[in-house]
Each structure stands twice: as C-alpha cells, then as structure tokens.
Design a binder for this molecule. Structure first.
Ligand code: CTP
Length: 399
C-alpha cells in the first residue's frame, strides 16, 4: 500500500539476477508505483531493455544521451524526481563504485545526485559476496544511510551453494512496504478527519446545507496518509474522490450521522482534524411528506446541532491531538483563541473570509495557526494541498 503513487528509480546492474528484476518491475507497477528503470551497459546483455520499458511503461535509461534524439538524460533531474531509488540487482562492481563515488555511467551518477532513500539488493557469487572488499563496500553504503535488502542463501548461477542470490521480488516488495510504513513521521498513528458540508433534512426533498466543497479536509486526509498515518475520513456530501486508496472513507449526510461516526472513531484516534463545515442548526421537526406551498409565509423552528468538535474536546484523553477550524469575519484571532480554549483543542486553523482566495469553495486558502500556548503562525495564500502540508507539519511537530 505504501508504494502507491511512489516515484521509483530501479537500477538494474549486470548480473544474472536481473531476470528477476522484470518480475520486480511488474510488482512495483502493480502496487501503484511509477517506475523508471536505469540499466547499466552490462545489464542489457542479460535482459533486453524492451522487457523493462514494456513492464515499466517508460523508456529505459542507460546512457547520458538518448542516442536517437541526442537528448540529455539528466542524472540530477532523475535524482530529484525519485521518491526512492532501488538497485536490484546491485552487483559487486556497482556497490564498489557507489562506495567510492565513482560515476562513470548514468546509474552511478544518479546515485551520487539522489536525495531520496536508497535501497540496494546485492546479487553475486558467494566468493565475491564474502570478499573483504565487498564487505567493506557494503558497510560503507550502510554508513551513507543506504538500506541493504539482504541476499538469500541457496543455489547460485555458478553452481555453488551459499549466500549471494538476490532477494526474491516478492520479498523485496514486502521489505519496501514495511520499511516505508515504519519510517514516516506519522507511521503507526491513527488519524480521523471530517470534511465537507452536512445536509440537515427539512422534508424528503429539501435540506439546509452550505457551500463547503470538502477540498481542505480531503487534502488534509491525503497528506496525513502520505506521512504514514492510518486515516479515516468522515465526509459529508461531497463530489470529491480520494486520490489514494489507503484512506478509509465513511460517507455521512447529516450532522447527527457525522457526530455518531466521530463518537465511534475518535477514541481510537491519535490525531483528529475536524475540518467539516457542520450545520449549526437543524430543523426541529423533519416532515415525512414533502411540504406543500399552501401558505404565503412559511416558518421553521430550528434547534442547535451537536457541536462535534466540542464533544471530541470533552472526550479527549492525554496523548490525543485535536484540531479545529474557525471561519471568522471580525476579531478573528481573538475569536479563534476563544474557540481553541472552549473546545479543548491543541491548535486551531483560522481562515478569514476577509482574505481574498481564502475559505470555502476555492482551491486556495490563507490560514493562521494558533496553538494552545498561543503561538501564532500566519501563512500566505497557498493551494489547499500546500496548506494541508503546513497543517501536517504542525501536527508532526506536536507528536
Ligand atoms: N464544528 C463541529 N460541529 C458543529 C459545528 C462546528 O464539529 N456542530 C466544528 C467545525 O468542524 C470546525 C469548528 O467546529 O472545526 C468551527 O467552529 P464553530 O464554533 O462552528 O465556528 P464557526 O461556525 O466558524 O463560527 P461561529 O462561532 O459563528 O459558530
């Protein structure tokens, strides 16, 4: 699940184990990763680049230049593009080059430029694997922070039996999934997010609602998941779709349904972000029949809805982080602070309707974060995705 949407550079070295990398490419793509393959010159003697370009759905890179068009394959750009670099199989030769900063081909140059986590799955004959120079080089890579996926024990292509065969593709995938899910800032944390409007029924065809699109809450849910959290999104009626498949989505319509869902899921949450625009009032009586326009005037009695955020604030236990939103038009920060204190929040995200581009329906927002110690951070106008990143950074800072 963690590989979904990840940009992966797969480095394939000259080793008979490179035939397994074809399966590995297939599995990475199947897991939702975006894969680009870099082959060394010798790797293409073992497996045709066409195999990898077909499986990865992307041209295979092997030299600094695309020979047909003369275009430059920038190792710097490739290094920046990748979320993760995986060298499988990693030959003794390439491991030695990595260890000593030699960059005589596209793979080794990209390795030197990459800023992302680097995983390598060695594959070689057992004598090469046991040689002190290989051992030293592997240890050097460990010191650089590169992560080794251990070779297995068994029959080797040379006919010898011992350690040195590349880990099986399924095991490499499992290794990456585990490693990614435990190395992110919010790994192991459960997060609850509310988003969108609520609809309060008047009769079978009418309701009281609002213009909330759900964009801010959806962006927060996606960002929390990216940071490793296990996310449950409770969404009011919203046309939005989640990009990632990792998020559990619970659809509700009314504030009562949202309150019930929050009450159920909040106790098991480490983080709760209540970004829904919950109706403050609902009709006291809901007509079971469609209301007719019989009279020239029509009145309706309204009652307050449950303040879901305040309820969560009452339920909150030590170690739980609760975040609310405030949409203010006057005395903005003072009102937000009152809300923060009254609802027992860890921080409040204030957006002002006075700021152009901020608020409800659009793609951008301008926020101020005020925490319980009244530290106040004012952010410029940003896309809702970038605002979600700022909010998540504040959350990871508290954890
Ligand atoms: N909220 C909620 N349940 C409600 C109403 C609001 O959980 N019934 C939450 C919203 O998700 C948001 C915050 O409370 O996080 C907004 O607080 P609220 O007191 O409703 O403020 P506003 O509606 O912005 O302003 P007002 O003070 O005018 O009501």
């Amino acid at each position: 699940m963690m590989l979904e949407g990840k940009k992966i550079l797969l480095g394939v070295c000259g080793s008979i184990a490179s035939y397994k990398s074809a399966t590995l490419t297939r599995l990475l793509v199947k897991a939702g990763a975006n894969v680009k393959v870099i082959m060394t010159k010798d790797a293409s003697h073992f497996v045709s680049p066409l195999t990898f370009s077909t499986l990865s759905k992307s041209p295979v890179l092997s030299s600094y230049f695309k020979e047909d068009t003369g275009e430059w394959n920038s190792h710097v750009e490739l290094g920046l593009w990748a979320d993760l670099m995986l060298i499988a199989p990693a030959s003794a030769n390439t491991i030695a080059k990595f260890a000593h900063g030699i960059c005589d081909n596209l793979l080794t140059a990209t390795y030197l430029s990459a800023k992302c986590p680097i995983y390598f799955a060695p594959a070689m004959d057992l004598d090469m694997w046991q040689h002190p120079s290989t051992k030293q080089n592997v240890a050097i890579l460990g010191n650089y922070g590169n992560i080794q996926i251990n070779p297995g024990y068994g029959e080797l292509a040379s006919g010898l039996t011992g350690e040195g065969r590349m880990a099986e593709p399924e095991d490499i995938i499992r290794f990456l999934e585990t490693s990614l899910s435990t190395s992110l800032p919010l790994s192991g944390k459960r997060a609850l997010v509310t988003a969108g409007p609520t609809y309060e029924a008047i009769d079978p065809v009418r309701f009281i609602g609002n213009h909330s699109s759900g964009k801010m809450g959806f962006a927060i849910a996606e960002e929390l998941a990216k940071q490793g959290a296990d996310v449950t999104l409770i969404s009011g009626p919203s046309a939005l779709e989640l990009k990632g498949k990792r998020i559990r989505r619970i659809n509700v319509i009314s504030s009562d349904e949202m309150a019930e869902a929050v009450e159920k899921h909040f106790p098991e949450s480490n983080i709760a972000v209540m970004s829904a625009a919950v109706a403050d009032y609902k009709p006291k009586y809901v007509s079971t029949e469609k209301i007719k326009k019989d009279s020239s005037e029509f009145g309706m009695e309204l009652v307050k809805t449950t303040d879901i955020l305040a309820r969560a604030g009452q339920m909150k236990q030590a170690g739980q982080i609760l975040i609310g939103f405030a949409l203010e038009t006057q005395n903005e920060e003072a009102n937000a602070i009152k809300k923060l204190e009254k609802k027992n929040l860890d921080f409040i995200v204030l957006n002002s309707l006075n700021d152009e581009g901020a608020g409800f329906k659009g793609d951008t927002n301008k926020i101020t974060i005020i925490d319980r110690y009244l530290n106040t951070e004012r952010f410029p106008l940003k896309t809702k995705e970038d605002v979600a990143i700022d909010i998540c950074k504040k959350i990871t800072g508290l954890i």
